[in-house]
Design a protein around this ligand. Structure first.
Ligand code: PGA
Length: 245
């Protein structure tokens, strides 16, 4: 049985004060049918970790080196010291705007695993790739490159997020989302074996909201969601938490 995981990806939103206010409103609604959490800015991590009793707190990125001349970057050791247990890596916005690629994302995944922190490893095709029927090839390539040399893939959460569905309101149908998460699971099975593939958690992301969370969660290969816009308002996230019961 896979326990679902729902993470709100706040992106560059919420000050420390706003993050704590959100957590104080939402934390008491968390139940044990799934893991629920939010990915805050680096700045809000410490206060969020202190405020949250039930929500898990994730970072949105990390560097793969321990320390050094990497202006503006944050290492896994720094996050680990705070008590961070999850870190999103390879989000499409980072791949598109900040130079993240399969190779650096793979280094981040390996570094996080070496420190016992769970990577939320993001993949997904562009609209042009979707239109050109390249989705399956892109997914398989991103999974195999991003998870290269991983020993225990069940310690990774994989987030399938078609880029054309992120922040657009144009969510993938539940059939497309399930098919693509199934391709991810099949690739994991080829690379790491059927037993690991049966256990690994695969999220869908892209315009998930209270109105559609239940239909995604009912699909065989979808074990949760990575949620941007609809995770920013406490009421909306509470509604999502209630619907995952
Ligand atoms: P969205 O973002 O829910 O606003 O589409 C999802 C994400 O970027 O993880």
């Amino acid at each position: 049985m896979r326990k679902p995981i729902i993470i709100g990806n706040w992106k560059m939103n919420k000050t420390v004060k706003e993050a704590v206010e959100f957590i104080e409103k939402v934390d008491g609604h968390v139940h044990d049918k799934a893991t629920f959490g939010v990915a805050t800015s680096f700045l809000a991590l410490d206060a969020s970790l202190k405020a949250a009793k039930n929500l898990v707190i994730s970072a949105q990125n990390c560097h793969y080196e321990t320390s050094g001349a990497f202006t503006g970057e944050v290492s896994v050791e720094m996050l680990e010291e705070l008590g961070v247990k999850y870190v999103i890596v390879g989000h499409s916005e980072r791949r598109e705007m900040f130079g993240d690629c399969d190779c650096s994302v793979n280094k981040k995944v390996l570094k996080l695993l070496s420190k016992g922190v769970t990577p939320i490893f993001c993949i997904g095709e562009t609209e042009a790739q979707f239109d050109a029927n390249e989705t399956e090839a892109v997914i398989r390539s991103q999974v195999s490159k991003g998870l290269k040399d991983v020993q225990d893939v069940t310690k990774v959460v994989i987030a399938y997020e078609p880029i054309w569905a992120i922040g657009t309101g144009k969510s993938a149908t539940k059939e497309i989302a399930n098919t693509c998460c199934g391709i991810v699971r099949d690739e994991v099975s080829k690379l790491f074996g059927a037993e690991a593939a049966e256990k690994v958690l695969i999220q869908y992301g892209g315009s998930v909201k209270p109105e559609n969370i239940e239909e995604y969660m009912a699909e065989e290969h979808i074990d949760g969601a990575l949620i941007g816009g609809a995770s920013l308002q406490a009421e909306s996230f509470i509604s999502i938490i209630e619907k995952v019961k």
